[in-house]
Design a protein around this ligand. Structure first.
Ligand code: NAI
Ligand code: MG
Length: 329
């Protein structure tokens, strides 16, 4: 049995989570779902956006599902990532039919280091003339994220990992990242290939030949930018899931927010949330259930009859969830 912490949050977070949990309940897996509060409404009711009880719940779970928060999103999700020490940010770039994808043949994973780089150190006031930001790259965190990327490749039948850096200019920090890339690659010789590119070239290749990527691993800031570029290749926010992985826990969430413009109308696309749950199944090594769920989602998209308005349809959130459940059975 898996203990899953469920944090629906605000707005459409609650709506897509409901559809998602119903889909998970229809699988042949024993889940114990425990709900936690977080977000804007929680702040109004309890005086804090992320109560300790929710943090504890998330820490004790095998994995967490997060919907979306509103204005408090940064406090909630950034804090949860820190508290759970979620070092890897996973953003799949996968094309689906009947969506706004620019390419119809993409299926790769961007693995972003989530704990250091230029986002960690606080920026310093320097002089009247300017300011300084420090960039921290450690061997330990580099090895951890690169090893995760190779392991992910191996477990998911991917044959190549691409390390992305700017070691020609950032010779010391990214030089280290590149060195660790090739060190770790030795452990996977014969199983997973390795290559490396500069981040600027990669930004171009993502547009000129995105189908050549399988797994990209990179430092914090580069990963932040490239993963949004990846999202742009495969269409709207309603289709983009993500994962945050730690040594002892993980959290899965759609990339979108609480969407106040459509909240309460029951028309939010639950696919990004349900795809996040599918990433959770991968994390739990429930590969068969993951494949079944992905196939069910593909069936619904291929048929193109039950789609929410963002994908050009007229279906509700609930109807999309139900269509996925029928496709599963
Ligand atoms: P948003 O992602 O909530 O919405 C952007 C646009 O995409 C809106 O037009 C919305 O209707 C549409 N959209 C988003 N998800 C959709 C879905 N599943 N189905 C159909 N349409 C969808 O981003 P926005 O408007 O910048 O922020 C709204 C609130 O969400 C803010 O309070 C922000 O702080 C919060 N937010 C929370 C995040 C999180 O919890 N991880 C991430 C991003 C924003
Ligand atoms: Mg971003």
């Amino acid at each position: 049995m898996y203990n899953i912490a469920v944090i629906p949050g605000d707005g459409i977070g609650k709506e897509v989570m409901k559809a998602c949990i119903n889909v998970l309940k229809s699988l042949d897996i024993d889940f114990n779902f425990t709900y936690g509060e977080a977000g804007d409404e929680c702040l109004l009711e309890n005086g804090e956006a992320l109560p300790d009880t929710t943090i504890e719940l998330a820490k004790n779970a095998d994995a967490c599902l997060f919907g979306a928060a509103g204005e408090t999103a940064a406090d909630v999700i950034v804090r949860l990532r820190q508290e759970l020490n979620l070092f890897a940010n996973l953003r799949p770039v996968k094309s689906y039919p009947n969506t706004n994808a620019l390419f119809n043949n993409l299926d790769f994973m961007i693995v972003r280091e989530n704990t250091e780089g230029i986002y960690v150190a606080k920026e310093e006031e320097y002089t009247e003339e300017g300011a300084i930001a420090r960039r921290i790259i450690t061997k330990k965190a580099s090895k951890r994220i690169i090893d995760y990327a190779f392991q992910f490749a191996k477990n998911n039948n991917k044959s190549k990992v691409t390390g992305v850096h700017k070691a020609n200019v950032l010779k010391v920090t990214d030089g280290l990242f590149k060195e660790v890339l090739y060190e770790v690659a030795k452990d996977y010789e014969g199983e997973v290939e390795v290559e490396d590119f500069y981040v600027d070239a990669t930004a171009m290749y993502l547009i000129t030949r995105p189908e050549s990527f399988e797994v990209i691993v990179t430092t914090n800031l580069f990963g932040d930018i490239l993963s949004d570029e990846g999202a742009g290749l495969v269409g709207g926010l309603g289709m983009i899931p993500s994962g945050n992985i730690g040594e002892d826990g993980a959290l899965f969430e759609p990339v979108h927010g609480s969407a106040p413009d459509i909240a309460g109308k029951g028309i939010a696309n639950p696919m990004a949330m349900i795809l996040s749950a599918s990433m959770m199944l991968n994390y739990l090594e429930e590969y068969e259930a993951e494949e079944n769920l992905n196939n069910a989602i593909l069936t619904v998209l291929n048929e193109g009859k039950v789609l929410t308005p963002d994908l050009g349809g007229t279906a509700t959130t609930t109807e999309v969830g139900e269509a996925i459940i029928s496709a599963l059975n």
